[in-house]
Write a protein that binds this ligand. Structure first.
Ligand code: ADP
Ligand code: MG
Length: 336
């Protein structure tokens, strides 16, 4: 039986030395779902985890586990009673205990036999007797995950758990981790600075910048309907142009983008995803260079002195100059 519950922050503020590390943050990890926190270094992601874990107090706002109030100013229920599991980048296993004993550590004596089952669930059933120094980084991280899930926590908090690992291992471990979290029915808050990873793991995605929440949404919703220019740029490479609304649109060197709802003559920022640029032979922009980029080609264009990127099919034409169509699904205008 999973003990999972929702975790919600409402109007949460955290101040260090007079500076707001978190400012009016409101977001929810729904019961049994994965909330990804995405943001650059220093945006406040780890602070959110520390507040959820009860390691520090909130300076304003509140945190609830289900209906239960666990944090408010002057009131912080202790970490031990919150029943959260934690997984950090540096594994933090007990070096003198083998894998099974590491997993059993947080369990009642009567439940210690379950440790092997948890190791099996993360694909390490055959490594139960190995000590941390005998395990690879990825294996240690799987033990840390099993240890965090085994006591059936109300929420599991993961702080950049794969950052120290190479990309191939990282992709593998991400799948194992997400499978184990989902199989356990756990509520998870997953911190990453990698947009691709956030989009891959999240049921809900929260984008942070300098302690402020830019957007909280389902990943597809956030990608297709960014709330602002920063949120759009946080999820993948974009081209940016600052201009004015004229005739209901903003004219960029690469074409016009409709600006519905924005006031005529007002300043506006256009943000265009690089895969929303369709190239055809023409005269609008000069192709500066073109390189393979995974399954696509990355093309650097120049028009009226402005360099933009386009991610195109390798079968797209290879003329020296091109016309560009901006796909409305990936071209956004925000009042600037
Ligand atoms: P992230 O995990 O997104 O990189 P953090 O939550 O670690 O960001 O930090 C957010 C901000 O709070 C940063 O500006 C950081 O310097 C500051 N900060 C975090 N912890 C402390 C602390 N204990 N004392 C002072 N400043 C802190
Ligand atoms: Mg951090």
């Amino acid at each position: 039986m999973s003990e999972a519950c929702s975790v919600s922050l409402s109007g949460v503020r955290r101040v260090y030395d007079g500076a707001r590390a978190l400012d009016d943050v409101t977001l929810t990890a729904p019961k049994g779902q994965v909330l990804a926190l995405l943001g650059a270094s220093g945006s406040g992601k780890s602070t959110i985890l520390r507040l959820i874990a009860g390691l520090e107090p909130v300076d304003a706002g509140e945190i609830r586990f289900g209906d239960e109030l666990v944090s408010a100013p002057g009131r912080t229920t202790p970490t031990e009673t919150r029943r959260v599991g934690m997984v950090f980048q540096d594994y933090s296993l007990f070096p003198h205990l083998n894998a099974a004993a590491n997993v059993a550590f947080g369990l009642e004596r009567s439940a210690r036999g379950e440790a092997i089952g948890w190791l099996e669930r993360v694909g390490l059933g055959n490594r139960a007797n190995a000590f941390p120094h005998e395990l690879s980084g990825g294996e240690q991280q799987r033990v840390a995950l099993a240890r965090a899930l085994a006591p059936r926590p109300r929420a599991i908090l993961l702080d950049e758990p794969f950052s120290g690992l190479d990309p191939v291992l990282r992709a593998e471990l991400r799948e194992t981790t997400l499978d184990a979290i989902r199989a356990a029915g756990a509520t998870a808050v997953f911190v990453t600075h990698d947009a691709e990873e956030a989009l891959l793991v999240a049921d809900r995605l929260a984008i942070l910048k300098k302690g402020k929440l830019l957007q909280e949404a389902a990943p597809r919703e956030a990608y297709d309907h960014p709330a602002n220019a920063d949120a759009a740029a946080a999820l993948g490479p974009v081209n940016v142009f600052d201009g004015r609304v004229e005739g209901g649109a903003v004219a960029t060197p690469y074409g016009r983008v409709a600006a519905p709802g924005l006031s005529e003559g007002g300043a506006a920022r256009v943000v265009v995803r690089i895969e929303a640029m369709t190239l055809t032979p023409g005269t609008t922009a000069r192709v500066r260079d073109r390189r393979p980029h995974v399954a696509h080609d990355l093309v650097r264009l120049e028009a009226q002195g402005l360099v933009w990127l386009a991610l195109v099919s390798p079968r797209a034409p290879t003329t020296e100059t091109v016309d560009v169509a901006l796909q409305p699904s990936g071209a956004f205008v925000f009042s600037g």
